[in-house]
Design a protein around this ligand. Structure first.
Ligand SMILES: Cc1ncc(COP(=O)(O)O)c(C=O)c1O
Length: 372
C-alpha cells in the first residue's frame, strides 16, 4: 500500500515555536524583550512604495502571473543596474515573496522521496522545509565536488543566512559546472545581495549566479531568487521574483497561472516603484550598518565572538557552547536570538543575531550586553 502523506496533519510544527520559553524569559527582563531573532523588518515602508500601492488599489481585474510588462521591465532594469546582469522579460517572474517559491519548487519539479536536494552546510531552514513537504532527502554540503550525482535540485544562498558568507565568482562557476554535470537545476537565493559589510564586499558587488562571469550569458538550468522584503521593508507585501533560464521561467509562469499564484496587482505597482528607486535601499543599508556596528562593539565585551558575517542581515556568533545555552544567556539579558540548531547540525554551537530592530532597541540591547 503506498503511504499517503497528509501535509495538513503531518507537517512538523513550525520551528520558531521552539523559542517560546526563551521569549518568555527575555520578556521578563526589566524594560521588556529586545527581539533579535526572526529578522522581520521594523522600519517604515518607503513613502514612494506606499504611494504606488495606494495608486494601484483600483484593481478590479485579475492580475497576470507573468506580471505587468512594466514590472518585468523594472526587474530587468534592476538586474542590469544593481547586479550587472543582462536579462530579457522572458527571464523573470514575480513571486509572493521568495519563501513560497522556495517551499514549492520541489513540488513543482515533481520531486519526492526518491529525490535528493542539496542545500548549504549551514542553511536557511526553508530549503529543507520545502524538501520535507514532498518527502525528498536533503543533502547539506557546500562543496560542489561532494554533491551526489542523484541530486535534482541544488540550493545556494549568498550572502548566506545565517552565516553571512558570500559565494564569489570562482565558487559559483564551479557550482554551476557541477550542477550541469549532474543535470540538476541550481538556484541561488540572493535576497541579501545589497548588504555587503566586510573586506572586498564593502565596495565590490556581491555576485549573482546569473553574472556573465559565472554563466557567460547562458542561463540553462540556472535561476536566482530575490526578495524586496529586506531591502525595501516590504516583507508585509510579499514581493519577490525569480530570474534565469527562460524555459523554466515560462513553466513557472504557467504553473503559477494554473495555481492562482499571481502577485496581486497593487503589490505589482508597489514593486515597480521600489525597483526603480535605489535611494531608499541605500538608506536602509545605512541603518542596518549603524546597528551592526553598535552590536559588534557590544558583543566584544561578551564571551561570544562573531564569525563569517561579512555580508547579510545577521551576526553569527559562538562561545563554543551549545546554542541553546547561548539563547538562554541572551534571554537572561532580555534579548531573543535564534539557536544554530535551526540552521543544521553543523551550526549547533552558534547563535544568530538579527539586525532588524529599531535604533532604540539595538541601543538598549547594547546597554544590556555592556552591563554584564
Ligand atoms: C535566505 C532567505 N531566503 C528567503 C527568505 C524569505 O524571504 P521572503 O520574505 O521574500 O519570503 C528569507 C527570509 O528571511 C531568507 O533569509
Amino acid at each position: 500500500m503506498p503511504s499517503r502523506r497528509n501535509l495538513i496533519e503531518q507537517t512538523p510544527a513550525y520551528i520558531w515555536g521552539q523559542l517560546a520559553p526563551a521569549r518568555e524569559r527575555a520578556s521578563a527582563y526589566p524594560g521588556g524583550l529586545v527581539d533579535l531573532s526572526v529578522g522581520s523588518p521594523v522600519d517604515p515602508v518607503p513613502e514612494i512604495v506606499r504611494t504606488a500601492l495606494a495608486a494601484g488599489a483600483n484593481a478590479p481585474g485579475y492580475p497576470s502571473a507573468a506580471a505587468r510588462p512594466q514590472l518585468r521591465d523594472a526587474i530587468v532594469g534592476w538586474y542590469q543596474r544593481r547586479r550587472g546582469v543582462d536579462l530579457t522579460e522572458a527571464n523573470v517572474v514575480p513571486t509572493n515573496g521568495s519563501k513560497e517559491f522556495i517551499s514549492l519548487l520541489p513540488f513543482w519539479l515533481g520531486l519526492g522521496p526518491d529525490d535528493v536536494i542539496v542545500e548549504p552546510r549551514v542553511h536557511y531552514p526553508n530549503y529543507g522545509e520545502g524538501g520535507g513537504l514532498v518527502g525528498a532527502r536533503m543533502f547539506a554540503s557546500t562543496d560542489p565536488q561532494q554533491w551526489p550525482e542523484s541530486a535534482s535540485l541544488i540550493w545556494l544562498n549568498s550572502p548566506g543566512n545565517p552565516d553571512g558568507v558570500v559565494n564569489d565568482v570562482g565558487y559559483l562557476r564551479a557550482a554551476v559546472a557541477r550542477a550541469r554535470q549532474i543535470g540538476a537545476l541550481i538556484v541561488q537565493d540572493e535576497c541579501y545581495a545589497e548588504l555587503g559589510w566586510e573586506g572586498r564586499w564593502r565596495s565590490e558587488r556581491i555576485p549573482s549566479i546569473l553574472d556573465p562571469r559565472v554563466v557567460g550569458g547562458d542561463f540553462t538550468g540556472v535561476l536566482a531568487c530575490y526578495s524586496l522584503s529586506k531591502q525595501s521593508n516590504m516583507a508585509g507585501y510579499r514581493a519577490g521574483f525569480v530570474a534565469g533560464d527562460a524555459r523554466v521561467v515560462a513553466g513557472l509562469v504557467n504553473v503559477r497561472k494554473t495555481a492562482g499564484l499571481a502577485v496581486n496587482a497593487p503589490v505589482q505597482s508597489a514593486m515597480i516603484a521600489a525597483l526603480g528607486d535605489d535611494e531608499h535601499v541605500r538608506e536602509q543599508k545605512a541603518r542596518y550598518g549603524r546597528r551592526r556596528e553598535i552590536l559588534l562593539a557590544a558583543l566584544e565585551s561578551t564571551r561570544f565572538r562573531v564569525e563569517g558575517s561579512s555580508a547579510g542581515l545577521y551576526l553569527w556568533c559562538t562561545d563554543g557552547a551549545d546554542a541553546w545555552d547561548g539563547v538562554d544567556w541572551f534571554a537572561g539579558h532580555g534579548i531573543l536570538v535564534s539557536p544554530g540548531h535551526f540552521y543544521g547540525p553543523d551550526a549547533a554551537r552558534y547563535v544568530r543575531i538579527s539586525l532588524t530592530a529599531t535604533d532604540a532597541s539595538v541601543q538598549e540591547a547594547a546597554r544590556r550586553l555592556g552591563a554584564d
